[in-house]
Design a protein around this ligand. Sequence first.
Ligand code: C2E
Ligand code: CA
Ligand code: CA
Length: 277
Amino acid sequence: MSINNKHLDDFLRAENANVKHNFDAASINNAIVNNQFALYYQPQIDLPSGKVVGFEGLLRWKHPEFGITLPEDFITVAEQSGQIDALTNVAIGKGFKFMEKLSPDLKFSLNISTQSIKNYHLVETLNTSCHEFHIDPHRVVLEFNEAAALENPFHTRNILAQLNMNGFGLGIDDSGAGYSSIPELEKLPFSELKIDKSLVSTMEFSSESRKSIISTIELADRLGISTVAEGIENNLEAIGLRELGCKVGQGYYFAKPMVETETLIWLENWDKDTLCN
Ligand code: C2E
Ligand code: CA
Ligand code: CA
């Protein structure tokens, strides 16, 4: 299963690497209007029990000419052109609609750009969408990158506090890359640290990577929050991370990001004993 998943996603990435897209604001706008963006879902697994705890939503552009296009080709353009909030809204709308179909104990993680954290409407948009789709905000985790969390601390702290007060979970994506400002991070109401896939893929042979993973888990334990490791591609990494005390895992080993129908079939067939020892 893992090899298949990896091959399918890698194939897409290799195809994409060969083509340099120069998308502009008008084409992104056209794609939003024509409903060409889709949200794919990748499961997150509780490492001790093997149970599914939730999904991360990852955007794809179903481009009529180029096929499935990855976020690296359009997120930066959308950030620069001021369209990222519109894309965030697309992801919220599609993701929450999907969540309504899932068991209420499953969570949903959504990537929030550094740009969107500056948007005061974010809290309102999320609250309105939770209401519309009957979603408890405690089921939603908003993933920010470390730089976004630390940039413009006063404003950021205010928005993060509002999101936290409204019940949303807050995660830091790509953790472990340095923690230049741990004291600053500790003041913010995060509920989850996400261990970067670059550390997971090198943990087997790099003591530096293992050290970063351990210090991230120790920091999370000290703060009483969860750890999620991304980019798990094999059983060895999954078991290793579980032994280091990481709570949740995500990666091709479990499943690649999938469309909604495929996700529901995967969920039905998931065997929590896949992750034995
Ligand atoms: P990310 O949030 O760090 O997401 C993890 C990336 O790793 C995803 O790439 C995912 O498909 C890929 N991945 C998952 N499992 C594995 C694995 O086992 N091995 C490896 N090597 N990679 C794996 P993707 O989907 O291309 O997304 C790239 C980035 O684009 C994301 O990084 C995120 O920062 C951004 N992104 C995706 N969707 C959204 C969105 O809705 N809004 C915003 N603002 N950014 C998004
Ligand atoms: Ca993420
Ligand atoms: Ca990441």
